[in-house]
Design a protein around this ligand. Sequence first.
Ligand SMILES: NC(=O)c1ccc[n+]([C@@H]2O[C@H](COP(=O)([O-])OP(=O)(O)OC[C@H]3O[C@@H](n4cnc5c(N)ncnc54)[C@H](OP(=O)(O)O)[C@@H]3O)[C@@H](O)[C@H]2O)c1
Length: 356
Amino acid sequence: MSTHKAIVTTAPRAPLSLLNVSTPSLQGNEVLIRVEWTASTPLDMHQAESGLLVNHPQVLGDSVAGTVVGVGEAVEGVGVGDGVFTFTLHAHQEYILVPSTSVGRIPPNISMQEAATLPDNFVTVFHTLTHDLHLSLPWPKPASYAPADSQTGFLIWGGASSVGMYALQILRFYGYTNVIAVASPGHHKLLGGYGARKCFDYNAADVEDALREEIGVRYVFDTIGHLDGSVRPISRVVGMGTQVAVLLPVIVVDAREEGGPVYEMDVEGCCEWAEGVGVRGVRTYFWAENAFFKEKLQAEIMPALLTSGDVKPNPYRAIEGATMVERAQKALDVLKGKGARGERLVWKVWEGEYDS
Ligand SMILES: NC(=O)c1ccc[n+]([C@@H]2O[C@H](COP(=O)([O-])OP(=O)(O)OC[C@H]3O[C@@H](n4cnc5c(N)ncnc54)[C@H](OP(=O)(O)O)[C@@H]3O)[C@@H](O)[C@H]2O)c1
């Protein structure tokens, strides 16, 4: 049986470790990917710090950019040698096996590092907008398509987060023209280029008053999910008829604080909402229950929007380190220190030969 290297948790808040795990065998419709680059994300931090949904030792990570090194006999449309990305659990290892419908081919205008910024949050945005905010995002998008509510006010709280940057671009692609965003001032120009009509500084003392003056915000996408940093402020500015989607978990106490993080999953109960506000907590891991997206989102929609340039990958920072475990640990430490701002942290996984 062959094995390969993986990065695993060992206990909550303990250093990451290297483990040899079995390399799975290919079957029917599966694709074996050599993982070249991956990203470290807040979910990894939540899991490493609190043990949220973790059985130690657990391989973290959910975004892969790599090269196909094997395909099952039933696979069509993707072949050995193709550069691909995929959204999958346990991404922080040298090889990963996934169904062929869940890989997208990396277009020539996108690097492996950029591709590693994509899968989880591109999927998160489509899932949230359709499943939690009930928008219609038709695919293929008809040439003359414009949503009936294209002028409807849309607030992205956390425009400079990875999710926020993809949300702005995908809403622009679908014709939403009245999207405002909340982010640090240093990102406002970038977010304007992604389609934000106006940006607000969430650290400004008058941000809530300024947002209340934005008449007709009908949808709010909270891409941060921090009780005091986003959820409570949003609850104070929205009113009757507004639909709010909050990315779970709600962070009550940050990971970097003494005693470890505290998370909450009840978005309705964690603060007071005005009557008539609809609030939902987002769980992207159910995205594949939508059969159409399961087949098309990664294999077709993502490569098409990247090729056309309608969606640009997140800016990224490559985390250096002598070994795989050092790179993984450094990335986690940067996240814990809230050091990833308007960028995705990516790191090299494969460090072997390139002859297979
Ligand atoms: N439940 C799910 O299915 C799901 C899926 C995906 C992500 N998530 C969660 O969603 C959150 C965001 O993920 P991500 O990968 O997009 O994060 P990220 O890219 O690491 O977010 C970093 C950005 O957050 C912004 N930020 C921090 N506090 C803020 C606040 N109070 N208001 C506005 N912006 C703030 C910072 O913006 P500035 O630089 O402008 O200060 C920073 O650039 C994480 O907690 C993650 O676990 C959940």
